[in-house]
Write a protein that binds this ligand. Structure first.
Ligand code: DC
Length: 217
């Protein structure tokens, strides 16, 4: 019996982890969950109903009502929602509620790809393959700024860079489940790589992890 292939992908904002996770899921024919969308959906529910972002009970309520089916990055990609999500994500009770749902998604028996900030450390500590995707803040800001230009959003590069740095600080500095590589994660710095090179490197790391888990096959 081969163990299900669970691939945990973590990394800071705009590191390319989302694109890599999607492509790995396609390549290995596995379901994919972008866990950032779960925090974004909770934040959007609060913003839409005019509720404050710092009331834990309200946020937990929104997290309990979340349906993982139908989470849509296009509807949740707005900059303001990302900012709000990173505030909601500091609350432990919200994290526990969302992590329970994320674990259920991962334990479907067949394997899965999950990406986020705490997948290798908290959500799926037993994942067969763990990747930590990084890139220099300037490079991440440049990618994010290009994406925004393509969508017609006019924003100053310096503002995007400041936002990335602020988000990193909040994600890495929070007490509960801060962003950090799991001890057994493979680091992949994509600063000097295009997406194709990063994808090839990621496939090779996952294949190595598979061989290590099933040395006989
Ligand atoms: O990856 P993203 O920008 O969609 O994530 C939005 C916010 O959610 C981010 O600031 C941190 C938080 N997040 C988290 O705390 N844990 C995760 N597993 C995923 C995202």
């Amino acid at each position: 019996m081969t163990a299900p292939l669970v691939i945990a992908i973590d990394g800071p904002a705009a590191s390319g982890k989302g694109t890599l996770a999607r492509r790995l899921a396609e390549h290995f024919d596995l379901p994919h969950l972008d866990t950032g969308l779960t925090y974004r959906a909770v934040a959007k529910a609060l913003l839409d109903s005019g509720q404050p972002l710092d009331r834990e009970a309200l946020a937990v309520d929104a997290a309990r009502r979340l349906d993982l089916v139908g989470l849509d990055r296009d509807q949740l990609s707005h900059h303001e929602i990302g900012e709000a999500a990173s505030k909601v994500a500091v609350m432990s009770a919200v994290r526990r509620t969302l992590v329970d749902q994320q674990r259920l998604f991962a334990k479907n028996g067949r394997g899965a790809v999950l990406d986020g900030r705490d997948i290798g450390t908290v959500v799926c500590p037993d994942a067969m393959a763990k990747l930590f995707i990084t890139a220099a803040p300037n490079e991440r800001a440049r990618r994010r700024w290009n994406e925004m230009q393509l969508k017609g959003e006019v924003i100053d590069f310096e503002a995007v860079l400041a936002d990335i740095k602020r988000r990193d600080k909040r994600d890495m500095g929070r007490a509960d489940s801060p962003l950090k590589p799991a001890r057994d994660a493979h680091l992949l710095d994509t600063s000097q790589m295009d997406i194709e090179a990063a994808f090839r490197a990621a496939i090779s790391l996952v294949e190595k992890a598979q061989s290590a888990a099933h040395p006989e096959s």
